[in-house]
Design a protein around this ligand. Structure first.
Ligand code: HEM
Length: 465
């Protein structure tokens, strides 16, 4: 019997490709270089030790913070003692001006009822009902790419557009005139300034402090907040009758303690959170997957073969999406090497002890997902692309908290199932149709702006398979 593609470990061919990665500084950086590096790319400021130590205490001008890499400690922070930790000040300073106090940025009771309000749309049967829209958007992208055979396109941008269409169609039932290009630009301009916020928060600088790009980010924020506020107000005027989407769930939600409904601002903040958190991340997972497949044609061929075998050469349907284990493994491995959210930060609400390290209330705790995913004690040859790591037996043998693209515990990504179906559907539709290649010698530069982006997009040549 032939092995199923999910069990095949392709033989490495020829010399290993040089894949984009962060080169950590061998020694912890001094204050000035640390500041400058954080502004350029916060990930590059992480010390080399976090790629092999279980825990690392960092001190910047007397501000202590803790990096936690050991799976048992990650589990304590994110799951077992999740209520002893809250979202950090730096996250709030970076994101709350745009996203308000909505599901991603809120804590405690306010977070809980917003999470409950949105949960029904992420149940398995609802996600399944969205898969045809995901496939249809992927097919529109396929047709647009097929119209320009052999052209070089920025796959990062193509993926952003595809996932944006999907989020508007599924979460907002396609309602509302959203200018995709302006929203994209707004998100990029806003996120661009966040590394300054990281650096200035470390210096304990006040929030009003000016920095380069601040006014551009302010304008972007105003645009995004106004656009979504208008959409929320229109949604309320139109009423929820006959509507069964995220907007109608938010409009109908009541705070269990006060009985209060969300006002238009709360609805708008949540919609903006879902539109941004719900498309850029998945687009990046796909962008990095195409990048990796371009370097690993043997894996690309396995994806194409799996899709052909499962569909029998016919169109991809929602049922097929759950039956593509190797394609899914490629997505999971892409998110290991390039986690779209490369870091989450929490702050201790009370004094805690982490394996003998005392942590004072208020101390920021960084879970450096990117480094955990390449940690020497957790992964064999961590820099090597190998989708077989996610074959069922191999995944079962590993600590659950060694792999955290969607985080874990009560704050785990609410859109995880949605994102995985979407990513598999898009990869399947496009890889069976095209081969994607990079200009020889291209090594994209990784840049963290909350999410992990290729600094200059991902130009790739698309040729018909
Ligand atoms: C590959 C794609 C995605 C990745 C890698 C990802 C990753 C994450 C991570 C790591 C968190 C936790 C952040 C933290 O605790 O600080 C998170 C939270 C969240 N994600 Fe995702 N996400 C993805 C797709 C989506 C999608 C498709 C949606 C919605 C349609 C979504 C909506 C959210 C929301 C609302 C939260 C906040 C949840 C809460 O705090 O209760 N994400 N995501």
């Amino acid at each position: 019997m032939n092995a199923h593609p999910s069990q095949i470990r392709p033989a490495p061919e020829g010399p290993r490709p040089v894949l984009a990665r962060i080169t950590p500084p061998a020694q912890p950086l001094g204050p000035w270089r640390l500041f400058r590096t954080i502004v350029r790319n916060p990930l590059e400021a992480w010390p080399e030790a976090i790629y092999h130590e279980p825990l690392y205490v960092s001190d910047f001008l007397g501000n202590t913070s803790l990096f936690v890499m050991a799976p048992n400690l990650i589990r304590r922070v994110m799951v077992d003692e999740a209520d002893a930790f809250e979202k950090s000040e730096v996250l709030r300073r970076a994101l709350s001006p745009a996203l308000g106090d909505a599901i991603l940025t809120a804590d405690g009771a306010r977070w809980r009822w917003q999470r409950r309000a949105a949960a029904p749309i992420f149940r398995a049967e609802r996600i399944r009902s969205f898969v045809p829209a995901m496939i249809a958007a992927a097919e529109r992208t396929r047709d647009a790419l097929a119209a320009e055979p052999g052209a070089e396109v920025d796959i990062a941008q193509t993926m952003m557009r595809t996932t944006f269409e999907i989020i508007v169609e599924t979460m907002l039932s396609g309602h509302g005139a959203i200018d995709a290009a302006r929203v994209e630009r707004g998100i990029t301009d806003y996120l661009e300034s966040t590394s300054w916020i990281f650096a200035l928060t470390l210096l304990r600088a006040p929030a009003w402090m000016p920095y380069p790009g601040k006014s551009k980010a302010e304008r972007a924020k105003m645009y995004l907040r106004d656009a979504l506020f208008r959409l929320a107000a229109e949604g309320r005027r139109a009423g929820t009758e006959g509507r069964n989407d995220l907007m109608s769930l938010l409009l109908a939600a009541r705070d269990p303690e006060t009985g209060q409904a969300m006002d238009d601002r709360d609805v708008a903040d949540n919609l903006l959170t879902f539109v941004t958190a719900g498309h850029e991340t998945t687009a990046l997972a796909l962008t990095w997957a195409f990048y990796l497949l371009a370097h690993h044609p043997e894996s690309e061929a396995l994806v194409a073969a799996e899709v052909e075998a499962v569909t029998g050469g016919g169109p991809l349907t929602a049922d097929h999406v759950d039956a593509l284990p190797y394609t899914r493994q490629v997505i999971l491995e892409a998110m290991r090497l390039y986690p779209p959210v490369p870091v989450v930060v929490r702050a201790a609400l009370r004094d805690v002890d982490l394996d003998g390290t005392p942590v004072k209330a208020g101390t920021p705790i960084t879970i450096p997902i990117y480094a955990v995913h390449r940690h020497a004690a957790l992964w064999d040859e961590p820099d090597r692309f190998d989708p077989a790591r996610f074959a069922p037996e191999a995944a079962k043998a590993r600590d659950r908290y060694a792999y955290l693209p969607f985080a874990a515990g009560p704050r785990i990504c609410i859109g995880m199932g949605f994102a995985l179906s979407e990513a598999v559907a898009i990869l399947a539709v496009l890889v069976r149709a095209f081969r994607f290649s990079l200009r020889p010698g291209t090594v994209p530069v990784l840049k963290q702006r909350i999410t992990l982006r290729p600094a200059d997009g991902m130009p790739m040549r698309v040729s018909v398979r």
